[in-house]
Design a protein around this ligand. Structure first.
Ligand SMILES: [Zn+2]
Length: 302
């Protein structure tokens, strides 16, 4: 069914306690398209990777499954079974012929659920070097916050209430790599905007590819996506009907727009957001339910 999508496999998963509240489960993926380590940051213990949990017959032990992260419930010192958590009363079942996990709503997120998702492309400068040239770091934080929350008071946005996924793709600088991105920054200081700078370096305005992201979402049993984005193109880029459908676009309003005392405030970020809106068709507005793509492109932009 996924013949023209990259094949992905989750090779390890681990619980990460966070400073923000809920534990998250970090999933590391390999794929047959590139050699990068793409990730899924999963909120909710029951959102399970099909490829990770599949039994590796015939010799795999329960200990090996726990080490890979293919366990149910919580790990604790002395636990011996990956498939059964006696303390929480959870048990995973598998098809004895194929080794595939069997669907059970008590342990596995229902794939009919609408799931809050952010597809995030790596941005070293925005996430690690406090860059105010873009809002990637802020958007990453905001996605995690919205997935954790029931409802965001300031905006009324319905969050994920502890369930959701941030797919973290290793495509720095809209796919051009960090070295080329730094050159583009110098061109921006010489007067180009973010789109012009990429074109002057003979790169596409946006060279990102979301096909691995689609495969990862499908591997996690996500079918109905509430996509956190201001970019209307991203909706069609991540859909893979009928297996992966975007049922709602949830906006990522810059924090500084709703609270003047918080979020990134810089000349560069204003220019960056203006380019996104004017040159790349980004929509910054209230949540809207998608019925058709036509409707989505004709609603008001700011
Ligand atoms: Zn960035």
């Amino acid at each position: 069914m996924t013949a023209n999508l990259p094949k992905v496999e989750c090779i390890a998963r681990a619980r990460i306690p966070t400073t923000q509240g809920p534990d998250i489960f970090l999933h590391l993926y390999t794929n047959d398209q590139d050699s990068k380590e793409h990730l899924a940051i999963v909120f909710g213990e029951d959102i399970r990777s099909r490829s990770l949990f599949r039994y590796r017959y015939p010799e795999e032990t329960q200990q090996e499954r726990m080490i890979r992260g293919a366990y149910v419930g919580k790990l604790y010192p002395g636990r011996v079974s990956a498939d059964v958590d006696d303390r929480l009363g959870l048990k995973l079942e598998f098809d004895p012929k194929t080794g595939d996990m069997l669907f059970d709503k008590r342990c596995v997120w229902d794939e009919e659920n609408k799931t809050l998702v952010r597809i995030h492309s790596e941005c070293y400068t925005g996430e690690n070097a406090w860059s105010a040239r873009c809002d990637c770091g802020e958007q990453f934080d905001r996605a995690g916050k919205l997935i954790s929350l029931d409802v965001e008071k300031e905006t009324g946005i319905v969050g994920g209430n502890g369930h959701g996924v941030i797919v973290y793709l290793r495509q720095e600088g809209r796919g051009i790599g960090l070295g080329e991105k730094l050159k583009a920054y110098n061109l921006q200081d010489l007067g180009a905007d973010t789109v012009q700078a990429n074109l002057m370096l003979k790169h596409p305005a946006d060279g990102r590819d979301f096909s691995i992201g689609k495969s990862i979402l499908m591997d996690l049993g996500i079918k109905n996506v509430r996509l956190l984005t201001n970019n209307p193109d991203k909706i069609s880029q991540i859909e893979y009907k009928p297996y992966l459908t975007c049922v709602e676009r949830v906006p990522m309003v810059p924090i500084h727009w709703t609270n003047a005392n918080e979020g990134i405030d810089s000349v560069e970020i204003e220019g960056y957001l203006r380019t996104k809106i004017e040159r790349m068709g980004h929509l910054l507005q209230k949540p809207l339910t998608l019925h058709t793509h036509e409707e989505q492109t004709t609603t008001g932009q700011i």
